[in-house]
Write a protein that binds this ligand. Structure first.
Ligand code: RFL
Ligand code: PHB
Length: 393
């Protein structure tokens, strides 16, 4: 295959942010080339988020990638919070008149990859040693190696959609970037299992032994998580040990309904809040995990990647259609305003639901009171619901 030498927008990374941006630009007649470090199979092998906000659904509809999501996705009108041995339902429909859809990030990625192949868009997989050049000039370019050959791609703009370990954020000089970070003293151990979910809706459980979450991918596939220590190793967690610990943290009804099966995936993810400001440097724009990380407790990571590329695609379309730089100039501030609200919500959910090692008696009472207040106050419940289903763009 001869690789293109020039494009309007070079997109680094074929995760949800890069792929969705590629389709939004394609619909507007803007040419983009995606450079991805890994193979398509590797990208599709990653098990990540599962909760999709209405705004994200709207964007997938806009690019014609929501048909399977509407067919196979599960509409969830609420969640359950469990603490003190009892479960409390939070009814999103009643509180804010909206729902979320449970549909795996892996499936969204697959749908977007297929749409890109159908429209003839170029994605270069296994692009190694990607380096960004002259990003503060109007003629930036990207160099990379693929199959042992060196290449150069000229462009007008670069979209850094290459996740938290990518090259884009690192291309911004440290003295023009401010980083805000919090690490949490625990991780999540997650398993995927071909057994029906414990409950129709997600259960977020607070327990003195640690947090637990019962989620799902379908009526026959569960995604289960427990809070674990940062230095825990996956190898030390047999399925039997995982289920034993999960059962200790769930209420009796959930335990009775839990079907234990062999895990088909098992991994540990550390929890972190991270924001890099600004999200633009010259002709380089950061979007998704390249610019920010949230702990998964609020189910916001994937949805933030989608809202970023919504703002970015609109800014780029405005530039090409109207020769206006207004959207481009406003991108970082506009995206960050929404990002910080999701960072706050994810931090709040994490603080309320996890067991913090070395927390004092006072802190534990405050946490319990936060939960009691939440389930007893319609105002507090509405605030949780409004954030969980997704704040407006
Ligand atoms: P992604 O999905 O990380 O995609 C970035 C892509 O860029 C590629 N890449 C490069 N390409 C070219 N050159 C380089 N130098 C490159 N370096 C990296 C990568 O291979 C990858 O394909 O970021 P994006 O698109 O911004 O999407 C964000 C979401 O993926 C992310 O926010 C969520 O998945 C976060 N997240 C979770 N969110 C939830 O809401 N619920 C979850 O349960 C949940 N679990 C997770 C997660 C993130 C994880 N990571 C990143 C460690 C579990 C894990 C393990
Ligand atoms: C998931 O299904 O993977 C999931 C759901 C909700 C979360 C985090 C992860 O808050």
């Amino acid at each position: 295959m001869t690789l293109p030498k020039r494009t309007q927008v070079a997109i680094i990374g074929a995760g949800p942010a890069g792929l969705l941006l590629g389709q939004l630009l394609h619909k507007a007649g803007i040419d983009a080339v995606i450079l991805e470090l890994r193979s398509a199979e590797y990208v599709l092998g990653r098990i990540r988020a599962g909760v999709v906000e209405t705004g994200t659904v709207g964007l997938l509809e806009q690019v014609g990638c929501a048909e399977r999501l509407h067919r196979e996705g599960l509409v969830h009108e609420g969640i359950e919070i469990s603490f003190g041995g009892a479960r409390h339902r939070i009814n999103f429909q009643q509180l804010v008149g909206r729902s979320v859809i449970v549909y795996g990030q892996t499936e969204i990625t697959r749908d977007l990859m297929e749409a890109r192949a159908d429209c003839g868009g170029t994605t270069i997989y296994e692009a190694e040693d990607v380096v960004l050049h002259d990003v503060t000039s109007t003629r930036p370019y990207v160099t990379f190696r693929q199959a042992g050959m060196a290449h150069r791609l000229d462009c007008d703009f670069i979209a850094g959609c290459d996740g938290s370990h990518g090259v884009s954020r690192k291309s911004i000089p440290a003295d023009v970037q401010q980083v805000f970070e919090r690490t949490y003293p625990f991780g999540w151990l997650g398993i995927l299992v071909d057994k029906p979910p414990v409950s129709e809706e997600l259960i977020y459980a607070n327990h003195e032994r640690g947090f637990a979450l019962c989620s799902m991918r379908s009526h026959t596939r569960s995604r289960l998580y427990i809070q674990c220590a940062l230095d825990d190793k996956v190898e030390d967690w047999s399925d039997a040990r995982f289920y034993d610990e999960l059962c200790r943290r769930l209420d009796a009804t959930a335990v009775a309904r839990l079907e234990q099966g062999a895990s088909i995936e098992k991994s540990i993810a550390p929890l972190r809040s991270f924001v890099a400001e600004p999200m633009r440097y010259g002709q380089l724009f950061l979007a998704g995990d390249a610019a920010h990380i949230v702990p998964p407790t609020g189910a916001k990571g994937l949805n933030l990647a989608a809202s970023d590329v919504h703002y970015l695609s609109r800014a780029l379309i405005e530039f090409y259609d109207e020769k206006s730089r207004a959207g481009i100039d406003a991108y970082s501030a506009t995206a960050l305003a929404r990002v910080w609200k999701a960072v706050r919500f994810s931090w709040w959910m994490t603080s309320m639901l996890h067991h913090f090692p070395n927390s004092s008696g006072f802190e534990q009472r405050i946490q319990r009171t936060e939960l009691d207040y939440l389930v007893g106050s319609e105002h507090a419940l509405r605030s949780l619901a409004e954030n969980y289903v997704g704040l407006p763009y």
